[in-house]
Design a protein around this ligand. Structure first.
Ligand code: PEP
Ligand code: MN
Length: 344
């Protein structure tokens, strides 16, 4: 039997270059790193140029790197997650959808739409209205991860095609959830931002394969995942070379039964400190009821969220999923009025 040696040491160091360092100096550091059979990942920020060194750190003597021209200092990432940490990259990552929408640039992004894609007419009506009321992107599930096998499972591929057509008519980019690696090609073709839902946050096979498409991703927090597990799931995506990841706090399960989940505002605030990735809030799935969604939306933006994803339906009482937590156009309008000073 063949045996493989796996290095469990993964404590990347970061070589921070001086402001005056030239491109040649950066290349020289990279060459030294590679000569030691390590991987160097340069990050050209506006505040600093830094090089992440990945691999077995014992292969390379810090002193050797420090003596190279242009090197300012060597830092070590002490957290279990590495590339998603602010230690690794101090600047905010900006995630761009279709050159038009940006998460993480300081202005929150509002995503709105139904829980599920039901019919083309209905989706178009919802999309036109949420757009008129100020939404920047459209949501809607085509493949639905329903708790009960007897509940509406979504229109699948046909749902993706409907989303695409509605997106073309309204100009709103779309985000929708993928459930299986079998659908990668279709998502690549029809979808602007691919959502990994709460139930799949731990599905690392799906996450890594989606990440390899290189498309922007919306990673929702597992309903029972700790913040560290959540960030480690994002680390899988960055490890595939895709940094276009928006995190989503959608509420966690606790002993409290009076609402569907508890929106973890602590984590929302903390992520902005410990990670460079944008994070948005989903007050709809956190609340499970429409009448507290606007309050949670305001609280999330006040906490520093980079945006919101909100369920809106033209007839919530007829919705095929999550009608109880869906806002009418009228209540979405009121929500937008309440957050308008926060999204300018
Ligand atoms: C959704 O956004 O449609 C959804 C199913 O949410 P979650 O994965 O957070 O439950
Ligand atoms: Mn829903």
């Amino acid at each position: 039997m063949q045996t493989t040696t796996i290095s469990l040491t993964f404590n990347p160091m970061i070589v921070v270059m001086k402001n005056t360092a030239t491109r040649d100096m950066v290349d020289r550091v990279l060459a030294v790193i590679e000569a030691h059979e390590l991987k160097g990942e340069p990050m050209f920020g506006t505040q600093r140029v830094a090089i992440g060194v990945l691999g077995d750190k014992d292969r390379l003597d810090e002193g050797h790197l420090l003596r190279l021209p242009g090197v300012k200092e060597i830092l070590r990432v002490s957290k279990p997650y590495k590339k998603v940490s602010r230690e690794y990259k101090p600047e905010n990552t900006v995630v761009t959808i279709n050159d038009s929408v940006q998460f993480g640039n300081g202005t929150p992004v509002i995503i709105a739409g139904p829980c599920s894609v039901e019919s083309e007419d209905r989706l178009l009506e919802i999309a036109e209205n949420v757009k008129k009321l100020g939404a920047h992107m459209l949501r809607g599930g085509a493949f639905k991860p329903r708790t009960s096998p007897y509940a509406f499972q979504g229109h699948g591929l046909e749902g993706l095609k409907i989303l695409k057509r509605v997106s073309e008519k309204t100009g709103l980019p779309i985000v929708t959830e993928i459930l299986s690696v079998h659908d990668l090609e279709a998502f690549d073709e029809y979808v602007d931002m691919i959502q990994i839902g709460s139930r799949n946050m731990h599905n690392f096979d799906l996450i890594t394969k989606v990440a390899r498409l290189g498309k922007p991703m919306l990673l929702k927090r597992g309903m029972s995942a700790t913040l560290e597990e959540f960030l480690l799931a994002a680390e899988y995506i960055l490890n595939e070379g895709n940094d276009q990841v928006v995190l989503c706090e959608r509420g966690i399960r606790t002993y409290e039964q009076s609402t569907r989940n508890i929106l973890d505002l602590n984590s929302l605030a903390l992520v902005k400190i410990i990670s460079h990735l944008p994070i948005i809030a989903d007050p709809s799935h956190a609340a499970g009821r429409y009448d507290i969604v606007p309050q949670l939306a305001v609280a999330s933006l006040a906490t520093g969220a980079d945006g919101l994803i909100v369920e809106v339906h033209n007839e919530p009482d007829k919705a095929l999923s999550d009608g109880k937590q869906s806002l009418t156009f009228e209540s979405f309008d009121k929500l937008m009025a309440r957050v308008s000073n926060l999204i300018q």
